[in-house]
Design a protein around this ligand. Structure first.
Ligand code: FAD
Length: 417
């Protein structure tokens, strides 16, 4: 059996583990378009902030690849021929497959604005992006970051640590709009402002001028020595679409990560995943999700039939020494909201009747595991239970219905057996 994987990062490494957990025989070929080997993409901001070696952010070692008999081809896949079952590389080489995995991830959204090609305008998605920023930046420069999602915030913090003057621009009414609420975002905004990072919300980029002036719809004009576009990512679906695989916002797969071609699977940021809370297929660009999907796809490529139950949105990030955790989705615009705040700690719960559908926690890591589990497993907890918990959130006040559901409370006579 010839297993071929397009992409060489998180989902690809999950796939190698999945394939080898079932099949010791058969060749595995990875087509590594980025030509860097597998690395932990979220850690590129650490690479930017201070001297870092590749091995510090490596996701799997060369020894791992060798031990699993993986051949790596450093080239871009340019075309999939489904009839002859071959991947055609940009260098003209062809790679035959029996089972193919597309793990091509995503790419940053670039607005259709004149000036985006200027050398001082960058995205922040790859190690090469971090390296080219490294080469460009100098202390005291004015950096403008467009977009205050996780990627924008991590880039902003890294540049601030390097001594640049940092401005974050957000189109929505508050920072981290996908993760945070207005109240929780205000706490992080205060920290950023206190550190001298300037935030401007409700501003939309309209023009990038060659004299380093950037313009916004409101009439605002800023000088930028360095401009970083962090406007989100989109799945790299071109290869799949071009060879006739079903593509919506991402590649469409069934519960077994199989595309509409029985020999081609797809996993990670390139696919639409099932959000178990909403039941909708969505782009869920999350590292653990990509690894899990790659693993299941690998098992299924090797002959198993393991269904992917889907997942929930969950994020955990440190910004200005504050830990921010969030999980779940707002599935009802009329969710009841419970808020607790003390010193630098904050917790916001979004309830849909007796069910928790989302939470936002700042500097409260001890409760985030059970809360994420409560959402994932859809544990029913009476409103009284949530009221008691929010009065003093801690591990000891987690509603007992949670422990019963996950089997954490031993029955009274357990110890007698
Ligand atoms: C700055 C940053 C911070 C992040 N922070 C978090 C976080 O805190 N938590 C979290 O859960 N997630 C985070 N993410 C998202 C996470 O990194 C992704 O979900 C994860 O990397 C997806 O893995 P993947 O294997 O699907 O795709 P990718 O990691 O994108 O890898 C796909 C690979 O395929 C290659 N490729 C594409 N097309 C081809 C082709 N035609 N031929 C050959 N190779 C090709 C690409 O070059 C790339 O190397 C972050 C991402 C970034 C950029």
């Amino acid at each position: 059996m010839r297993y071929v994987v397009i992409g060489s990062c998180i989902a690809a490494m999950g796939a190698v583990e999945g394939i080898r957990s079932i099949a010791q025989k058969g060749s595995i070929t990875i087509i590594d378009g980025e030509q860097r080997g597998p690395y932990t993409r979220p850690l590129i901001s650490y690479f930017l902030a201070r001297p870092y070696k590749f091995k510090d952010i490596s996701y799997r070692s060369p020894e791992f690849l060798a031990a699993n008999g993986v051949e790596v081809i450093k080239a871009m896949a340019g075309h999939i021929n489904r009839i002859s079952q071959q991947v055609v590389l940009d260098n003209g080489q062809t790679v035959p497959y029996d089972r193919l995995l597309i793990a091509a991830g995503g790419s940053p959204v670039i607005p259709a604005i004149e000036g985006v090609e200027a050398p001082w305008v960058k995205t922040f998605y790859t190690l090469a992006d971090a390296e080219s920023l490294h080469a460009l930046l100098a202390e005291g420069q004015n950096a403008v970051i467009i977009g205050s999602g996780l990627i924008g915030m991590k880039a902003a913090e890294a540049l601030w640590q390097r001594g640049l003057k940092v401005n974050i621009i957000e189109k929505e009414a508050h920072i981290l709009p996908r993760i945070m609420s207005p109240d929780s975002a205000a706490i992080i905004s205060t920290l950023l402002n206190g550190a001298g990072i300037k935030l401007r919300c409700n501003e939309e980029l309209t023009a990038i001028r060659s004299d380093h002036q950037i313009e916004f719809a409101s009439g605002l004009c800023l000088h930028a020595d360095l401009l970083i576009l962090a406007l989100g990512t989109r799945p790299r679906t071109e290869l799949a679409a071009e060879c006739g695989l079903k593509v919506n916002k991402g590649i469409v797969v069934d519960n077994y990560l199989r595309t509409n071609d029985e020999n081609i699977f797809a996993a990670g940021d390139v696919i639409e995943s099932k959000n178990v809370l909403t039941g909708e297929n969505e782009i869920m660009a999350l590292l653990p999700q990509a690894h899990k999907e790659g693993y299941l796809a690998g098992c299924n490529m090797a002959g198993h039939n393991l269904a992917d139950a889907g997942g929930i949105f969950q994020n955990s990030v440190n910004i200005m020494d504050s830990s921010i955790c969030s999980a779940g989705s707002l599935i009802n615009a009329k969710s009841e909201t419970l808020i607790w705040q003390q010193d630098d700690k904050y917790l916001e719960l979004f309830l849909n009747g007796s069910y928790l559908s989302k939470y936002i926690a700042i500097n409260l890591p001890e409760v985030t595991g059970p809360l994420t589990n409560t959402i994932e497993k859809q544990v029913m907890i009476a409103p009284d239970g949530w009221q008691e918990f929010i009065a003093a959130p801690s591990l000891s006040t987690i509603p007992s219905a949670y422990w019963h559901k996950i089997g954490g409370i031993p029955r009274a006579n357990t110890w007698n057996h």
